[in-house]
Design a protein around this ligand. Structure first.
Ligand SMILES: Cc1ncc(C[n+]2csc(CCOP(=O)(O)OP(=O)(O)O)c2C)c(N)n1
Length: 558
C-alpha cells in the first residue's frame, strides 16, 4: 500500500463509486475538492446555502438511484442536517459530509463550533465521525453500504477539523470501492415462497382487491412487474404520492394517488376494497389519509424490504419480506388469471369512480380563465411534458394539485417533496445534474420558489437546464383555509399578511439572473412556453400567474 493523503483517497473513492457531482457550500474538504479536479471529472457545485445543497443531492439521488453527496463545514453543518429531513422521510440515499470537532480544540469555545453530531441523529441511518485519516476508506465504504442497503436513507460523516482538514494528512491507504453499493438496490432478497403463494391465493379469491403502490416500487424498479400482475389478475392500482409513477396515470387500472394529497377516485376505490395489497409503502399518514383509507380492519397484505414496516399500520393477513421486483415477478409467474373475469363488476365500479372524478374536474382542467386555474396547468403538463421527463414537485398546494391532477406516463419519473416547502426547485436541479439527457420539469408554488431562489444563479453558472414552472399566486394560499378556521370563519384584512406576499414577476427575475424567464398569463400561452423552455440552452423559469382564490380539493374519506 502506498502513502496517500486522505484527500486523494476520498476523491478517488467518490469517483470509484460513480459520483458525478458534489453539492456544497465551502469551505469543507478543500484538499479533496482540489484532488477531485486533478484526478476526476466530478463537478463541484457551489450553492448558496447548505439546505439547497442537501436538496440537490437528494434530487440527484432520487433521479439516478445513486447516492447524492453534499458537504458543509462545521458552521453550516446543521443547515445541511435540516436539508436531510426530506431525504430521510423519502428514503433517499444522501451522503452528508461535514467538518467537525478536533480533539485539540474541543471544549475551548473554538470559533463557530457546536457539537453537530447529535443534530444528524434523527435524519440519518448512520451517523459517524472520521477521527483518523486511515479510517477514510472503510468509513466511506460503510457510508455507501448504509445509504443504499435495505430501505435507503441518508448518512452523515463528520471529518475531523472544522473544515475537515483531516483530508490533508497521510497514511497507507487504498481507494478500494464496492460498485455494488454505488446504486440501489444492492441486494434483491427473495421472500419466502409460502408467503407469496398465500398472498396470491387471497388476491385471486378477493372480490374487490386493490394494490397500493409506494416509493419502494421505484426503488426496486418494479413498475413493469407491478403493472403486469395487476393486469393479469385484473386488480386496480392506487399509489402513494411517492409511488405515483408506479403505473401510468392513463392506465385503465390506475385509480390515482390515495391518501391526503390525493385523487378522489383513489380514496373511493381503496375505501371500497375488500383486500389491500401494500407494495413498497409504509402505509403512513399521508398515504392512508391518517389511517382512514383503507378503513382499519380491512384485510391487508404487504410487501416490503424492511421487516419492521410490515404490519406497522394495518394488521396483515400476509407479510412478504423482500425485494418488491423479485416478489412481484414470482407472483406474476405463478398467478392464475383464469378467475380474474369474476372481478369485472369491481372493475366497472372502479372505472365509474374514475369517470366521476374526471367529470367533476373536466371543466376546471380545461379552464381558460384569467388569472389561470392551477388545474389547467396540471392538464397542460399532462399533455405536454415529454415521455422521458423527470417531474419534480414541491409540497403544499403543488403537491395537492399535481398529486391529484397530473397523469404520469410510462417512462416518466415523478419525484415529490416529502413535506418540506421549497424542496422541489433545488431537487430539480440535482435531478438534472444526475440525468442531463432527460428533461426535468419542476412544479412549485411561489411560496416554494422563494426559499431557494438564489439557486437560479447556481443553475445558470453550471448550465443546469431544468425547467421550473411556478404556480404564482403571490401567496402561500394553501394556508388560507387554516387561517379562515383560526379566525372563526372569516379572516380580517390584516390576517392576509400571514400568508400573502408581494406580487413578483419571476420571469423577469430569472432573466436578470441569466436564466430564461417566460411569463404566462393566459392558458393558451402555457404549451408554447413549455416547448421553448424545454429547448432552451439555459435554465428556464415559467412564471404562471394564477388565481389566489384557487384552493385544491380536500381529500375525501372514501
Ligand atoms: C419547511 C416548511 N415550512 C412550512 C411548511 C408549511 N406550509 C405548507 S404549505 C405552506 C404555504 C405554501 O402554500 P402553497 O399554497 O403551497 O404555496 P403557493 O402554491 O400558493 O405558492 C406552508 C407554509 C412546510 N410544508 N414546509
Amino acid at each position: 500500500m502506498a502513502k496517500t493523503t486522505g484527500a486523494q483517497v476520498l476523491a478517488e473513492m467518490l469517483h470509484g463509486y460513480d459520483v458525478s457531482h458534489v453539492f456544497m457550500v465551502p469551505a469543507v474538504l478543500r484538499r479533496t475538492l482540489a484532488e477531485m479536479e486533478r484526478r476526476t471529472k466530478i463537478a463541484r457545485i457551489q450553492t448558496h446555502g447548505e439546505k439547497a445543497a442537501a436538496y440537490m443531492a437528494d434530487g440527484y439521488a432520487r433521479a439516478s438511484r445513486r447516492p447524492g453527496v453534499c458537504m458543509a463545514q462545521v458552521v453550516g453543518a446543521l443547515n445541511l442536517a435540516a436539508g436531510l429531513r426530506d431525504a430521510w422521510l423519502a428514503h433517499s440515499p444522501v451522503l452528508a459530509f461535514t467538518g467537525g470537532r478536533d480533539p485539540k480544540t474541543k471544549f475551548r469555545k473554538v470559533y463557530q463550533e457546536v457539537d453537530d453530531v447529535p443534530g444528524f441523529e434523527t435524519v440519518t441511518k448512520w451517523n459517524a465521525t472520521v477521527d483518523a485519516v486511515e479510517r477514510i476508506p472503510d468509513m466511506i465504504r460503510q457510508a455507501f453500504r448504509a445509504a443504499v442497503s435495505g430501505t435507503p436513507g441518508p448518512v452523515h460523516l463528520q471529518f475531523r477539523g472544522n473544515e475537515g482538514q483531516i483530508d490533508q494528512e497521510e497514511a497507507d491507504m487504498e481507494a478500494l470501492c464496492e460498485p455494488q453499493f454505488a446504486r440501489i438496490p444492492p441486494f434483491r432478497p427473495e421472500p419466502d415462497v409460502a408467503s407469496m403463494r398465500a398472498a396470491l391465493v387471497l388476491l385471486q379469491q378477493a372480490q374487490r382487491p386493490v394494490i397500493v403502490a409506494g416509493g419502494g416500487v421505484r426503488a426496486s424498479e418494479a413498475r413493469q412487474e407491478l403493472v403486469s400482475l395487476a393486469e393479469k389478475l385484473k386488480i386496480p392500482v392506487a399509489t402513494s404520492l411517492n409511488g405515483k409513477d408506479s403505473i401510468p396515470g392513463a392506465h385503465p387500472l390506475s385509480a390515482g394517488v390515495v391518501g391526503t394529497y390525493s385523487r378522489e377516485s383513489a380514496n373511493r376505490v381503496v375505501a371500497a376494497a375488500d383486500l389491500v395489497l401494500f407494495v413498497g409503502t409504509e402505509a403512513g399518514g399521508m398515504t392512508t389519509h391518517f389511517w382512514t383509507v383503507p378503513k382499519p380492519g380491512v384485510a391487508a397484505m404487504q410487501i416490503d424490504i424492511d421487516a419492521e414496516t410490515l404490519g406497522r399500520n394495518y394488521p396483515l393477513k400476509v407479510a412478504i419480506n423482500g425485494d418488491a421486483k423479485v416478489a412481484l415477478a414470482r407472483m406474476l409467474g405463478e398467478a392464475d388469471g383464469s378467475g380474474a373475469a369474476r372481478r369485472e363488476p369491481w372493475l366497472a365500479t372502479v372505472r365509474g369512480l374514475c369517470e366521476e372524478y374526471a367529470a367533476k374536474y373536466r371543466e376546471l382542467l380545461a379552464s381558460d380563465t384569467v388569472p389561470l386555474r392551477p388545474e389547467r396547468i396540471c392538464s397542460e403538463l399532462t399533455r405536454h411534458t415529454p415521455d422521458d421527463a423527470i417531474v419534480v414537485v414541491d409540497t403544499g398546494h403543488a403537491g395537492m394539485w399535481m398529486g391529484g391532477m397530473y397523469d404520469t406516463r410510462a417512462n416518466q419519473d415523478y419525484l415529490r417533496s416529502a413535506g418540506h416547502l421549497g424542496w422541489a426547485f433545488p431537487a430539480g436541479l440535482g435531478a438534472k445534474c444526475a440525468c442531463p439527457d432527460r428533461p426535468v420539469v419542476t412544479f412549485t408554488g411561489d411560496a416554494g420558489l422563494w426559499y431557494h431562489i438564489a439557486e437560479i444563479e447556481t443553475a445558470v453558472r453550471w448550465r443546469i437546464n431544468a425547467v421550473t414552472v411556478v404556480n404564482n399566486n403571490a401567496s402561500g394560499n394553501q394556508s388560507k383555509r387554516g387561517f379562515d378556521r383560526a379566525y372563526g370563519g372569516t379572516q380580517t384584512e390584516q390576517a392576509r399578511e400571514l400568508w400573502t406576499f408581494n406580487p413578483m414577476n419571476f420571469a423577469r427575475l430569472a432573466e436578470d439572473m441569466g436564466a430564461m424567464g417566460l411569463r404566462v398569463e393566459k392558458a393558451a400561452e402555457f404549451a408554447p412556453a413549455l416547448k421553448r423552455a424545454l429547448s432552451a440552452d439555459r435554465p428556464a423559469v415559467i412564471d404562471v400567474v394564477t388565481d389566489i382564490e384557487a384552493l385544491a380539493p380536500l381529500a375525501v374519506a372514501g
